[in-house]
Write a protein of this length. Structure first.
Length: 47
């Protein structure tokens, strides 16, 4: 699966990256990438 490591490893996320994840259903890929970087701001979007 993409969130289990193969795509995350390919991306090699860096601590100073900013990322925006749009429409990934449950957000597993975003969570996998976020675990490897510092979170500077928490943004909560509501419909």
């Amino acid at each position: 699966m993409h969130a289990k490591g193969s795509v995350v490893e390919m991306l090699a996320p860096q601590f100073d990256w900013h990322a925006l994840d749009i429409a990934t259903a449950a957000g597993r890929a975003a969570f996998a990438v976020a675990q490897r970087r510092r979170l500077r701001h928490r943004i909560r979007l509501q419909a």
